[in-house]
Design a protein around this ligand. Sequence first.
Ligand SMILES: NC(=O)c1ccc[n+]([C@@H]2O[C@H](COP(=O)([O-])OP(=O)(O)OC[C@H]3O[C@@H](n4cnc5c(N)ncnc54)[C@H](O)[C@@H]3O)[C@@H](O)[C@H]2O)c1
Length: 314
Amino acid sequence: MKILVTGACGQVGSHVAELLLGRGNSVLGIDNLATGRAEHLPPQKNLELVMGTIADNALVEDAMARFQPDAIVHTAAAYKDPDDYANDALTNVVGMANLVQSAKRHGVRRFIYFQTALCYGVKPLQQPIALDHPLFPGNSSYAISKTAAEDYLKISGLDYVSFRLANVIGPRNTSGPLPIFFQRLSEGKKCFVTKARRDFVFVGDLAANVVKACDGVGHGVYHFSSGTDVAIKELYDAVVAAMALNTYPEPEVRELGADDAPSILLDPSRTFADFGAIKFTPLSNTVEEAVAYYRKFGVVGGYTHLKHDTKKAS
Ligand SMILES: NC(=O)c1ccc[n+]([C@@H]2O[C@H](COP(=O)([O-])OP(=O)(O)OC[C@H]3O[C@@H](n4cnc5c(N)ncnc54)[C@H](O)[C@@H]3O)[C@@H](O)[C@H]2O)c1
């Protein structure tokens, strides 16, 4: 099998590419290193990396025409500057338009996408959130553009899977509180945690199911989530434990901000029905792997895509 992986140097893309290469598939990766790092996917047999943007239609078309992929795993996304609407639109919307139209021209059989739970808004109407919950992406440029992209995929006629994701973490995670906790604790600095709860899932567990999706499992929209949440403070405690710190500053616990969801629980029942039962990696193991990664490669990022969240956990 030949699989085109966009965002191949990012957290999810590199883990998926590793699994595909490990079983003998050929991978063509596209990445502009906006948030990814080349060292996440070193040169190896059956791997070609194209450094550039999916907003460049000629680049996408050339890669597709040369490689003729069986499937596309589209993980590339822009999110690191909540004020950069143009870049979000170029990468997330124009990039998707380029990919789906080129995929159709070249007869690509499967298209795998990754959507944010922010598509349901920051005040979801139900918990757990069902797949038919109305979409309210107006909370951020990121959510607006990711949702427009999902809409383009839906009307494309391609055979697709769109995974709407819980908080995916592990090695190579550059967004959200985990890298910030590690960085600040490494420097002996105090953190703060809000009273929010989140469903943190291990990137390797997602990657294994993306490979299944490449092989033909699933059609349409799915939640990738465990369906259970933990307090952000529990994530903090897991980082402290993984770093084996004897002394560390107790975090300040803050009330939720006006635009902060107390919890975002996505109902995973359709995923379990179609992909089979998923044995989720425990949070402690996930965080240990992430800490080992940060120790080796350092922290770059700590991005957040919600403007109101810019000081979260800092
Ligand atoms: N990690 C999560 O918790 C989470 C939650 C919801 C949705 N998602 C979605 O999952 C996907 C993967 O997320 P991730 O955690 O691996 O993020 P990531 O930042 O680690 O990976 C994204 C990759 O895309 C690359 N990229 C960005 N703009 C590009 C462009 N114009 N052209 C080519 N490459 C580009 C980046 O350099 C990076 O390597 C994204 O689509 C994201 O929107 C992630």
